[in-house]
Design a binder for this molecule. Structure first.
Ligand code: 6PG
Length: 223
């Protein structure tokens, strides 16, 4: 079950997302001694990451993972790992060994195999962050694209959102978490939100986290 939380604007969504992450981290570290966070790519979550960098001081128990990655060189400006480095991980004293980028520069198939190995020791995640594309995609799971069943991390080709080659955690893997948050802002998402709320079969609506989840959405994205 997903709870929809309506907020005034993108800033309020970012502030609320940051608070939810900090709460989840406190619970995870207190109960299990570590916090595994799956980061969303794209533009929407960047403000939340910048707020985290300002508000969190103890990074010693945090482990950062990625929900998806574009198959581009590791230093390419369009890489999600670079966006996270610029907005968060290069700004805080998190041990490099606790940042787990998807090696998407290896290409979809090899990177998916490698990252599936990485995740074996991690699941379930403590918190998964996801964005929503204008067409209802999330991570790099796009409408109309099917992936081999049983893979925890899938290779993606011909993605409608460039670049065409990507790597993505599967719907099942993304839902294998204690908390899940979608962050959705801006008018460009209205159609996807309308389709989602109407119950259409979209990659975003196929992710059913074991313990429920939350959609943090601003007024501009609500139809
Ligand atoms: C990616 C992202 C993708 C993103 C949505 C929304 O690699 O492109 O993981 O799933 O979350 O496309 O992107 P924006 O936040 O930029 O609107």
């Amino acid at each position: 079950m997903m709870d929809w939380t309506l907020l005034e604007n993108a800033e309020r969504v970012a502030q609320t997302t940051c608070l939810r992450i900090i709460d989840a981290a406190s619970e995870a570290v207190a109960q299990r001694g570590r916090f595994s966070l799956v980061l969303a790519g794209g533009r929407t979550p960047r403000m939340s990451y910048e707020l985290l960098a300002q508000q969190v001081s103890d990074w010693g128990r945090w482990h950062l993972y990625f929900g998806d990655e574009r198959c581009l060189p590791a230093d390419h400006p369009e890489r999600n790992s670079l966006m996270v480095a610029q907005s968060l991980s290069s700004m805080v004293p998190i041990p490099t060994a606790q940042i787990h980028p998807i090696p998407a520069e290896l290409g979809p198939e090899q990177a998916a195999r490698r990252y599936a190995e990485t995740l074996k020791a991690v699941l379930p995640f403590d918190l998964v962050l996801l964005g929503l594309g204008e067409d209802g995609h999330t991570a790099s799971l796009f409408p109309g694209q099917n992936h081999p069943r049983g893979l925890s991390v899938v290779p993606v080709h011909n993605a409608p959102k460039p670049p065409p080659d990507r790597v993505s955690l599967s719907e099942t893997t993304l839902g294998n978490c204690r908390h899940l948050i979608f962050v959705v802002t801006g008018e460009g998402k209205q159609l996807a939100v309308r389709r989602w709320r109407r119950g259409e079969d979209l990659p975003a609506s196929r992710i059913n986290p074991t313990k429920g989840g939350e959609i943090l959405i601003d007024r501009h994205a609500l139809p």
